[in-house]
Design a protein around this ligand. Structure first.
Ligand SMILES: [Zn+2]
Length: 145
């Protein structure tokens, strides 16, 4: 029996959820279970050295499985954060409207935001009024008349 978790295709830097990795983990755990079952069903005449080797194989396989599952967990966690971030941006987008000059809150027309900042990186930066009717962005320093 060969248990191989060391897939050369597995890229530690790749944080995308990888179905091939999941399959590798599942196969590895299945392999470890097969070895454990063999040991469980073996009779007392089985050589001690053979048992030791099989146990070492089990430990190694489970250890690799643990690492891969941990990496998958990190991947899923990172993807959940991305989903949360996108949900927040979508919610934010639904709460504002462009009035031809600046973005304003649908709930409060006096809440106005810089179009340059929002259009370039989806950041809602509140505009402040100075002098007469000049609206100023403290982040990108744009002025709106
Ligand atoms: Zn700005």
């Amino acid at each position: 029996m060969v248990i191989n978790f060391h897939s050369k295709k597995y890229n530690k830097g790749n944080k995308m959820l990888d179905l091939q990795t999941i399959t590798t983990v599942i196969n590895g755990i299945k392999g470890a279970m097969d070895i454990a079952t063999t040991l469980k069903n073996s009779n007392v005449t089985l050589e001690q050295a053979e048992n030791q080797a099989k146990l070492a194989e089990i430990i190694s396989a489970l250890s690799d499985a643990k690492i891969h599952i941990s990496q998958l967990n990190d991947s899923i966690s990172e993807q959940n954060n991305i989903i949360k971030e996108l949900e927040n941006k979508l919610k934010q987008k639904e709460e504002i409207t462009f009035n031809g000059k600046v973005y304003e809150s649908k709930n409060n027309k006096n809440d106005i935001f810089c179009p340059a900042c929002y259009d370039s990186n989806q950041k809602l930066v509140r505009l402040t009024k100075f002098d007469n009717d000049i609206l100023n962005c403290k982040v990108c320093l744009s002025n709106y008349h």
